[in-house]
Design a binder for this molecule. Structure first.
Ligand code: GLN
Length: 202
């Protein structure tokens, strides 16, 4: 049995919940999903998911409820964590493309540029080769997506795309943290969620 906590303040909560259940089924594992709204919800978790949505909103709410500090503690203790889109923004230690300050977890040694693709490419889909996944390319669904613009210490890029001849990094990993620019919960492909659950079982 694995217990997966999903930050449930705003954004794609139900979609991640669905994917976690499907992924656990494929791995033949029992799963319990815990919706995280306040600090006291976050206990005895084997893995954490921070969904996409609006990073400022999620950050402000998480700070207010005390969930932010609790999550930060658990992630730094090594609880495997997946952040998607706004979730990736919340995990980064350094932000660009954003005005002023916004509350974040600041746990990953990466710089994230918010809304990297700008207006012209607000939303798009593209096949990705993610270095820790086996099998066919993963379909990346990008919605007002960020990109990873710098990595240091133990963080590295696990997938990139080509934008007008320039390599743009869209998946970051560091220890048991995974952050994606795109929305794996909007595909039928459970491989990233399976990967997280496998990390949680280790
Ligand atoms: N653009 C959003 C932000 O900056 C992220 C978009 C998303 O999660 N789909 O927070």
């Amino acid at each position: 049995m694995v217990r997966v906590g999903i930050v449930a303040l705003q954004g794609g909560i139900a979609e991640h919940q669905h994917m976690v259940r499907l992924a656990a089924q494929k791995l033949d594992l029992g799963v319990e999903v815990v919706l995280l709204k306040k600090a006291s919800d976050a206990k005895d978790l084997d893995a954490i998911i921070i969904p996409g949505g609006e990073s400022t909103t999620i950050g402000v709410l998480a700070k207010r409820t005390g969930l932010m500090d609790r999550l930060k503690e658990m992630i730094l203790e090594g609880t495997p964590t997946l952040g998607t889109c706004a979730g990736a923004i919340l995990m980064a230690k350094k932000l660009s493309g954003t005005r002023g300050q916004q509350p974040t977890l600041g746990v990953m040694d990466v710089e994230v540029h918010r809304n990297y693709f700008g207006r012209q490419r607000e939303s798009f889909e593209i096949d990705l080769n993610i270095d820790f996944l086996e099998g066919p390319p993963f379909r990346g669904i990008f919605i007002r997506a960020p990109a990873f613009t710098d990595f240091w210490n133990g963080a590295r890029s696990a997938a990139s795309i080509n934008v007008n001849g320039k390599k743009v990094d869209v998946v970051a990993v560091e220890g048991s943290m995974i952050a994606t620019s795109f929305h794996p919960e909007l595909t039928g492909d459970t491989r990233i969620h399976e990967y997280l659950i496998k990390l949680a079982k280790k």
